[in-house]
Unconditional design. Structure first.
Ligand code: SF4
Length: 733
């Protein structure tokens, strides 16, 4: 599943007065146009109410050449227009939005002034041809002038967006030359975060109407915007085809592999095939429309997401500044503070971010499937290609190989465990962005079971025929090792026959911190208190770059490994999980599987692997990154790839019905799965994140699911001893 990004922005055309006369431009005016400060404040207010994270400040070039604009600027207390842009950006930052400015060709001093109050800036190169008919009367459209500004931004270490206009009279060769020129500047300064490939569209006449109003109206009208009807092309325009655009995407990727490629999704229907061709970004989907091509509304996020998911791509939000630039080398502290306060989950650390984007080597897939089927460990690039696979026939090969491997290692029987979850308290100090469960102590949704509540739940588990009690909670600031031991002892006292499967690596880390003991000593104490095994949760994705974006306060990979190894060392076995379908990349899942496989090779302590798809609905990560729930198809494909990635190292692969629903979990039985997990009886973690799949199943539901898949079922214990078998019903002849 490859991610395609967009930015949730709001556009302010601060001044449309411009010194240039470009023939294609519907934006600029040569009359005086400048928003007054109170109008700026009103627009910022609208922007924040509409959830924008980026303020896109568009302007004409040097509007103060117009005497009336200059007089108004003076009246507002600004010596020049750049000063007024900087003031607008400051106001945006105060409102929690990140400014991205594009003020045209500008001297380094102006770029530097704006650097103090922006997260990124931009200037289109447009074309490498200096004598285009459309640029007559626009001296600053000379490529040398524009490259000078782009280079100055590099010297100043400004995260920068540039790009080319396609179809304004240039030749196909000149398009590539323009990209080469941008690549040369980027090779020197490394500051280009994305390249926009913008095709020219002819505009109707607006008869003096303000493009901002037209854009807002068109955005409201959506696809029905009457202005979006095709216009006759002017004589100077050159034809642009989808194939040519796809070639430009390929050239951009070749020339600048670490730079994003943006296709505006409102200017043609070809954005989807261009994503297939390698485009990585759909730009700012401005809440108030496109002020440059105002008659073309942006498609809705919902529609884009739906269309992308059909081709195996996932849409997620980015900020206007790309992840790899979010540090003090590239961004002023005041701007960085806003990112840290409001958008911390977008900050990558330790190598996570677009610069790390790796090529997907689909050609490796057939051989990788064959080798995985034989149980061999795959290389990172092979696993990456499997996780990113979108070709239906290749996915079917993955499914078949996973199914065969399942049959060889776990047979036909579908196992389940009769268990009960008890989430003793949801009070938590960690604050993971993906979590809808953990609550601050004073939250109205915070709870903490009393001993009586706990006892009632244990009694209900016994009545239900449970063999396992699974105990996990948030990281409660007041609990020490003795409290955790206390719950185990109490459970054993109430029901000595129950197997206690308890405490995530994060909870164990908390016990170590508060007791001063090592993980091994803590596990010895917990085992004494009745612990039977430990859940391999808090693994999320075992890649520090991902962890620090989604749960920066959580234990790092090395500590997770150390804790789980300690549990295995004292003879306590564990499960192991992965949480996928959020902001992780295929190669980060490949890294997760490497860590899991190597740990299993050292200890042999994992009983089963449990893929947990991310439930986004009531989580910060879902809201801030615009992450939607993974599709059923992608979920199943990932499940099969996890089976292949494990090879013969862990025989049992579980489908989580809480996360994916029982129907999809049943289907997963032919995608490498042999286990349907537990009856649970109570499940707060997924439920509070918005899962719709219920919290309790009867054993009959799980047996029925296995039988519907044409497979016998069996109840197992936590450690995979078979308790009773449920053969397939014999159908009457
Ligand atoms: S995932 Fe666990 S540690 Fe993180 S906030 Fe939720 S309850 Fe707390």
């Amino acid at each position: 599943m490859r991610r395609v990004t967009f930015s949730r922005n709001f556009t302010i055309s601060l001044s449309r007065t411009c010194r240039c006369y470009c023939k294609y431009c519907a934006f600029a005016t040569h009359r005086a146009h400048l928003y007054a400060p109170d109008e700026v404040d009103r627009l910022l207010d609208q922007a924040t109410r509409r959830g924008a994270k980026e303020l896109l400040v568009l302007t004409g070039e040097r509007p103060e050449v117009n005497a009336e604009v200059a007089a108004r600027l003076a009246e507002y207390g600004h010596a020049d227009f750049t000063s007024y842009v900087a003031w607008t950006c400051e106001r945006a930052l105060e409102s929690g939005m990140l400014p991205h400015t594009n003020i045209g060709v500008a001297p380094p001093e102006d770029l530097a002034r704006l650097r103090e109050v922006t997260a990124s800036q931009g200037l289109m190169l447009e074309s490498i041809e200096p004598d285009l008919a459309v640029h007559q009367g626009s001296p600053t459209k000379h490529p040398a002038r524009r490259l000078e500004t782009i280079r100055a931004a590099g010297e100043l270490k400004i995260p920068f967006t540039s790009g080319i206009l396609v179809g304004i009279g240039e030749t196909p060769e000149q398009r590539v030359e323009a990209l080469e020129a941008l690549a040369a500047v980027h090779a020197e300064y490394g500051h280009l975060q994305e390249i926009i490939l913008q095709n020219f569209v002819a505009h109707p006449r607006y008869h003096g109407r303000d493009p901002a109003e037209i854009a807002a109206d068109a955005q409201l009208a959506g696809d029905d915007s009457p202005l979006a009807a095709e216009q006759p092309m002017p004589g100077w325009a050159t034809e642009v085809t989808l194939d040519q655009m796809a070639e430009l995407v390929a050239h951009s990727r070749r020339l600048m592999p670490d730079v994003g490629v943006q296709i505006p999704p409102n200017l043609s229907d070809w954005w989807a095939p261009l994503v297939e061709a390698g485009a990585t970004d759909l730009g700012g989907l401005s809440a108030n429309g496109d002020h440059i091509s105002p008659e073309h509304p942006f498609p809705s996020v919902h529609r884009i997401r739906r269309e992308l998911s059909a081709t195996g791509h996932a849409l997620t939000e980015r900020l206007c500044v790309y992840p790899q630039y979010m540090d003090s080398e590239w961004i002023e502290q005041g701007v960085l503070d806003v990112i840290k306060q409001r958008y911390w989950s977008f900050i990558p650390r330790r190598g996570s971010g677009r610069r790390e984007e790796r090529p997907i080597r689909s050609e490796l897939v057939p051989a990788a499937i064959a080798r995985a089927r034989d149980g061999e460990a795959l290389r990172p690039e092979e696993l990456t290609a499997l996780f990113a696979e979108t070709r239906p026939e290749a996915i079917e090969d993955i499914r078949q190989a996973a199914d065969e491997l399942r049959a060889e290692l776990a047979g036909e029987v579908v196992t389940y465990v009769v268990n009960r979850n008890i989430n003793v308290s949801n009070i938590c100090v960690v604050g993971c962005a993906f979590c809808g469960f953990g609550q601050g102590k004073r939250s109205p949704e915070a709870y903490e079971h009393s001993r009586e509540d706990f006892a009632v739940r244990v009694a209900a588990a016994v009545d239900f025929g449970a063999t396992e009690l699974c105990i996990q909670s948030g990281i409660h600031p007041d609990w020490a090792l003795e409290d955790y031991e206390g719950w185990l002892r109490f459970a054993k006292q109430l029901a000595p026959e129950l197997h206690l499967h308890a405490y995530s690596a994060m909870e164990v880390d908390h016990m170590c911190q508060t007791s001063g003991l090592s993980p091994r000593e803590v596990f010895e104490r917990l085992r004494e208190a009745g612990l039977g095994s430990t859940p391999g949760t808090a693994a999320e994705v075992l890649d520090d770059g991902v962890r620090e974006r989604i749960s920066p306060n959580k234990l790092p990979v090395a500590r997770w490994v150390e804790i789980i190894e300690a549990s295995h060392a004292v003879g306590l076995r564990s499960t192991v999980t992965v949480m996928f379908g959020h902001i992780e990349e295929p190669w980060e899942l490949a890294e997760h599987m490497r860590v899991v496989r190597e740990l299993q090779a050292r200890t042999g302590g994992f009983t089963e692997f449990v893929p947990l798809s991310f439930i986004p609905f009531q989580t910060l990560l879902g809201r801030t990154h615009g992450v939607a729930e993974i599709s059923r198809e992608e979920n199943l494909k990932h499940t099969a790839v996890f089976r292949l990635a494990l090879g013969k190292s862990i025989p049992s692969l579980q489908a989580s019905w809480v996360k994916m629903g029982l129907e999809a979990a049943t289907e997963a039985l032919s995608w490498g799965v042999n286990d349907l997990g537990g009856t649970l009886m109570e499940e707060s973690i997924s439920r509070m994140a918005g899962s719709q799949h219920g919290v309790r199943l009867e054993p009959e539901d799980l047996i029925g699911a296995a039988h519907r898949a044409g497979r016998p079922a069996a109840e197992r214990t936590t450690l995979y001893e078979i308790r009773r078998r449920h053969e397939l019903p014999v159908l009457a002849a």
